[in-house]
Design a protein around this ligand. Structure first.
Ligand code: 3PG
Length: 305
């Protein structure tokens, strides 16, 4: 089968080698398209592909229509909001993700961002420590679990909110679950957002809920920019000089947020999952899933059933 690895933001070279090796062990023929800059390049590359491995690459109707032989797309990562899963389903294309494979990398970056912000952007000015602070984890999936583990190591008090714990909030494995999102923001000094971007979550972190945070609150986003209501957060940060915002996904209103010098930081390009380990874990898992799909028809990780 012809398998296209299409990554606008490439995996590291060793991970690419390992992914190829895995696919070639089943005699698949691998094509690599990295750092492409136009939709046309991607459309041209997919025209004979029967399977694809992607990252946050946008797999739209236009791309799916340009890929008449495509049977399976594996998103090497967790979030698949960049793929038109419904249209893929209509066309009989299986879409899968690789849950959990890059979670630790994202969780570690949360603390990198937090320390940078707590230590006054490494300016030499006095800052604060994480020990003893209350950390709220908004959505408790694979990444949230890693964040909780690391936060406990820092000696933080860890709180969590997830729909599955909302009915019966209790303390579990060092995490105090709360019944509502509002309660989480009210309780915590820091809130780390781990929501997927979907119809329920888009724009869901805005003025009212963030304004519940205590003086000096820090909001961390390593999820998706769409879950933040940017105009509302900008308004709130304008009104509250104590609030800070650190993000791994550059907001659309980056230039406006940048006016809050010392209280706002964004990475230039989403880098939560940009580690050798995460690239290898997610990439090899994607290759194995493609092998299993063609060998046994396995669709265990399908997200568009
Ligand atoms: C994910 O959804 O897996 C993460 O956001 C990582 O995305 P990336 O592969 O585009 O870095």
């Amino acid at each position: 089968m012809k398998v296209l690895i299409a990554t606008e933001k490439p995996f590291n070279a060793k991970a690419v080698e390992a992914i190829k090796k895995e696919l070639e062990s089943q005699n698949h023929c691998v094509k690599l398209l990295e750092k492409y800059t136009s939709t046309d390049e991607l459309k041209d590359a997919v025209k004979d592909a029967e399977a694809m491995i992607v990252r946050s690459d946008k797999i739209t109707k236009e791309i799916l229509d340009a890929a008449p032989k495509l049977k399976v797309v594996v998103r090497a990562g967790a979030g698949y909001d960049s793929i038109d899963t419904a249209y893929a389903k209509e066309k009989g294309v299986v879409v899968e993700n690789t849950p959990g494979q890059n979670s630790n990398a994202v969780a570690e970056l949360v603390f990198g961002l937090l320390i940078y912000m707590c230590r006054s952007c490494f300016s030499g000015k006095s800052g604060c420590e994480l020990k003893g602070k209350k950390l709220g984890i908004l959505a408790f999936g694979n990444i949230g679990r890693h964040v909780a583990r690391i936060a406990n190591g820092f000696g933080m008090e860890v709180y969590g909110f997830s729909r599955s714990h909302a009915e019966n909030p209790k303390k579990e494995d060092g995490v105090q679950f709360v019944a509502t999102k509002e309660e989480l923001f009210k309780q915590c000094d820091i809130v780390s957002v781990h929501l997927p971007a979907n119809e329920h979550t888009k724009q869901s972190v805005g003025y009212d809920v963030v304004n519940l945070m205590k003086k000096g609150g820090i909001l961390v986003n390593t999820a998706r920019k769409e879950v933040i209501n940017e105009p509302e957060l900008l308004r709130l940060m304008g009104e509250r000089e104590d609030l800070k915002f650190v993000t791994d996904i550059k907001p659309d209103a980056d230039a406006e947020f940048a006016k809050f010098e010392g209280r706002y930081f964004t990475t230039p390009k989403k880098m939560g999952a940009q580690t050798a380990e995460a690239n290898a874990n997610a990439g090899i898992a994607a290759a194995q899933q493609i092998n299993a799909y063609f060998k046994d028809g396995c669709t265990k990780f399908q997200v568009n059933k």
